[in-house]
Design a protein around this ligand. Structure first.
Ligand code: IMP
Ligand code: MG
Length: 191
């Protein structure tokens, strides 16, 4: 193990899901998604950067034709949402007349997926939009929003790894864990 990875590991208080647990759950999710979309034209829209690992592993398990697009948004400042979702590109993918599966790493307040869903409905005219998240946090949603596919339900803790970040760190951990209070303080935004 490199010293960099070792330092990262000591900043994770508890591991919630090992890589093997995540991958077996993705097998099940992929089976369900493939069954639900049989005979349909699917457009997957992955929300970057958090869903990079999740999307890569899930999509390789889907045995069906699909299109892949990505959108990039930000709404987080440190470990809490600002509630304002900023789109980092001018146009969303054109999904007119297609079934859309929105992929994100985690459903927390609901602001992010609500904003993307709204913009997609206004800008293009998809046949349907479903939401697929790896994690669903047990918090009251600030936006009314239900996920159609959920990998794991988790408590209200700040988690990192397997794509999820704290201040752009920890995305490359192969597992998902709870970041330590010390690390939260150490890397906290200056303002
Ligand atoms: P929402 O808009 O509050 O639902 O949050 C969704 C986004 O916030 C996710 O795509 C993540 O980027 C980020 N997020 C929410 N909770 C966590 C967490 O526990 N760890 C890392 N990122 C999180
Ligand atoms: Mg993030």
């Amino acid at each position: 193990m490199s010293s960099a990875t070792g330092a990262m590991r000591s900043e994770v208080r508890r591991i919630l899901f090992h890589a093997s647990t995540i991958l077996s759950r993705l097998d099940e999710m992929a089976e369900q998604i493939s069954a639900d979309y049989t005979g349909k034209e699917l457009s997957v829209i992955a929300v970057l950067n958090g869903s990079l690992m999740f999307g890569a592993d899930l999509l390789r398990r889907l045995d069906m034709p699909l299109r892949l697009d990505c959108v990039s948004v930000s709404s987080y400042h440190g470990a809490s949402t600002t509630g304002v979702v900023t789109f980092n590109q001018i146009r969303l993918p054109d999904v007119r007349g297609r079934h859309v599966l929105l992929l994100d790493d985690i459903l927390d307040s609901g602001h992010t997926l609500h904003a993307i869903g709204d913009k997609l409905r206004h800008e293009t005219d998809p046949l349907s939009i479903k939401i697929c998240v790896l994690l669903r946090k047990d918090v009251p949603r600030q936006r009314e929003l239900e996920a159609d596919y959920v990998g794991f339900d988790i408590a209200n803790e700040f988690v990192v790894g397997y794509g999820l970040d704290y201040m752009e760190r920890f995305r490359n951990l192969p597992y998902i864990g709870v970041v330590s209070d010390e690390a939260i303080k150490k890397y906290a935004p200056k303002s």
